[in-house]
Design a binder for this molecule. Sequence first.
Ligand SMILES: [Zn+2]
Length: 566
Amino acid sequence: MEELIRKYALQNAIQHQGKANTKAVLAHLIGYKPNLKTRIREILPKIEEIVQQINSLTLDEQKNILTSMAPELLTKTPKTSKQPTLPPLPKVGTKTVMRFEPSPSGPLHIGHAHTLIINDEYTKKYNGTLILRIGDTNPNNVDPDAYQMIKEDVEWLQVTTHKTLIQSNRIPIYYQHAEQLLKGGKAYICTCKTEEWRRLKLDGTPCPHRDQDPDQQLKRWEMMINGEYDEGEATLVIKTDLSHPNPAIRDWPAFRIIKTPHPIQGEKYCVYPLMNFSVAIDDHLNGITHVIRGKDHINNTLRQEYIFNYFNWPKPVYIHTSRIKIEGTILSTTKIKQGIRQGVYTGWDDPRLGTLRALRRRGIHPEAIRKYWVQVGVKPADIILSWENLYHINREIVEPKANRYFFVQNPVPITITIANKHPLEAHAPKHPDHPERGTRNLKLSPDKDGKIKVYISHNDHKSLKPNQTLRLKNLCNIRMVTMETAEYIGNNPEIVKKGAKIIHWVPPEPQNIATTILLPNGMRCEGLAEKIPIPEKREEVVQFERFGFVNITKLNGKIFGWYTHK
Ligand SMILES: [Zn+2]
């Protein structure tokens, strides 16, 4: 029976990235032997014990054991998920031009990457043009560093942009179009109190300024751009339809007064276009053929269509995609900036944040982000970002590259007595699938009393009992004598089949290195790793066995790392 449980637990663990599930194993067992149903209470603790033991092994160890016990249970799982593709774009003509328009309030985050990558995939597919348009027409919301950070983030994602436009450099163009609309009676300058104007609009009633002559509108417009009004005292409003059934589509503001100096333009302007206006004008002037945006922009699309109609311009094809909910991370630039200022976050790449630079620091590959968002695609149904899926894709990319090392968290020393006083050696492959990368070779020489010291993790240590037998991975078997001491009992790996737990260890000084790992929840994890041969300051993703993937760097002889994922 125990053997049967062990087989199913191993099979279940291998199918689930090394982690077996007690209930799944129980279900499997009962499926095989239905008469066990009456004995669940009795067998469940046994299953729990075996599952726990098996989950403490690495995936490779589990595979090795199952291969020797029951190779027929090893089913081949496909190694990589297939390359996803996007559906064709509707109404593709001779030239496809698309755009990505971030607001430079901070660097890009994982949500921006969706729109950016989808646009990039389509422009590459149709040999089109992708314009990066920086929406910086609200000086209160511009971080001067963001221009450069956005550029770096776009490059890191391997997105090809063909042109970059900075909207605050195009203000005279927007003014020109505003004047045309004022002259044509399609817009007005309103100096009502905002609440009053809004109340009238809800009522479907024009405010006193709406139907005045263009001459009077242009006069107030001049005053507006000459700085004769204060903030909030005048607004350029686009006329739509005051009886539109959707109040959000009725007359909308297109320019407002902002007297904060602009990081690029300084005090050159005090009237700035709102997003709906600048976007519509630029979409036309840039010859945009397809616009991909979230469903939450449907009202904006309807508002912008008025501009296209007034100028008699052909409209781009609008594709509205799913709203994407992103949980479990921090995206708000206001919150992040405040946190950085107060020292809560280490910077824009703090591992708690959802910025691309935080994900990059953690060792998430841009290809994984691309693959994930293409898989999500442009479907209309709302979705929640699945970090697990993103990590799964990233794992497939980093696993073959990452060399493996031992790391123990909160190390506890164990002194092992070797009766014959001979040295112990460990030869572990850097990567079991890549023997050409060589092995890590560790030699532990006992002192004159035949004692050597190793470190194990606090977590492993607290689960031990005196007299328990263990296998120190790739090194030897030991029997615990007290909680701090053990005796060497040979090196036969078969001991694992008899139920001995395999645990990881780290050699004593000077063969180890102090290691600090920053976790995505902001906690720091301290421990020891075996010596890792990387040059100072270079970053490399490694796999700390039984701990997870970590993007590490060596600084002043110590290892500092950012946790990637399991
Ligand atoms: Zn008014």
